[in-house]
Design a protein around this ligand. Structure first.
Ligand code: GNR
Ligand code: NI
Length: 168
């Protein structure tokens, strides 16, 4: 297992639209295991393959305190069950150190494949609904900073570019 490098805003690779997983294979499961290692090490509550520069429609989530509820979503499709929006201060491992309020539908249904390639459907609300929508945005090349004002986004971009230059 391995901790993978996480791309950071404004890396243009984060804007790639991921492609569907054609078949869930041993290679897919190896990637999933590495993504859990990477997410738990960060630490974070979710990780999309896009963030580790793999542009396949696959994401992992674990919102439990004890890292004992790993969830896998492959080729996820969401339908909004209730148009009511909820707000939440979101962060992102690809935008480290910044938090901004984002509004998203509170109740959704998701159909996806699990790590065995088996389809499941479940209704979701709360933090899991927020996190799942945040991760699916990554698969579509979107980041939470796309929902805030251009001025705030520009400030975050400048600060992260500066910290990337200092690291280099
Ligand atoms: O670890 C994470 N925390 C978080 C907090 C509020 C809303 C969304 C998230 S997801 C984030 C990990 C991440 O960047 N996933 O893409
Ligand atoms: Ni994120």
């Amino acid at each position: 297992m391995a901790v993978l490098n996480i791309l950071e805003f404004p890396d243009p690779r984060l804007r790639t639209v991921a492609r569907e997983v054609a078949q869930v294979t041993e290679q897919t499961r190896k990637l999933i295991d590495d993504m859990f290692d990477t997410m738990y090490a960060a630490p974070g509550i979710g990780l999309a393959a896009s963030q580790v520069d793999v542009h396949q429609r696959l994401l992992v989530i674990d919102i439990s305190e004890d890292h004992n509820d790993p969830m896998v979503f492959i080729n996820p499709k969401v339908t909004v069950l209730d148009p009511e929006l909820g707000e939440y201060d979101e962060g992102c491992l690809s935008v480290p150190g910044f938090y901004e309020t984002v509004n998203r539908p509170r109740r959704i249904s998701v159909t996806a494949l699990d790590r065995d390639g088996k389809e499941f459907t479940r209704e979701i609300d709360g933090l899991l609904a927020i996190c799942l929508q945040h991760e699916i945005d990554h698969l579509d090349g979107k980041l939470f900073v796309d929902y805030i004002s251009p001025l705030k986004r520009q400030r975050i971009r400048k600060k992260l570019e500066k910290s990337h230059r200092q690291r280099a």
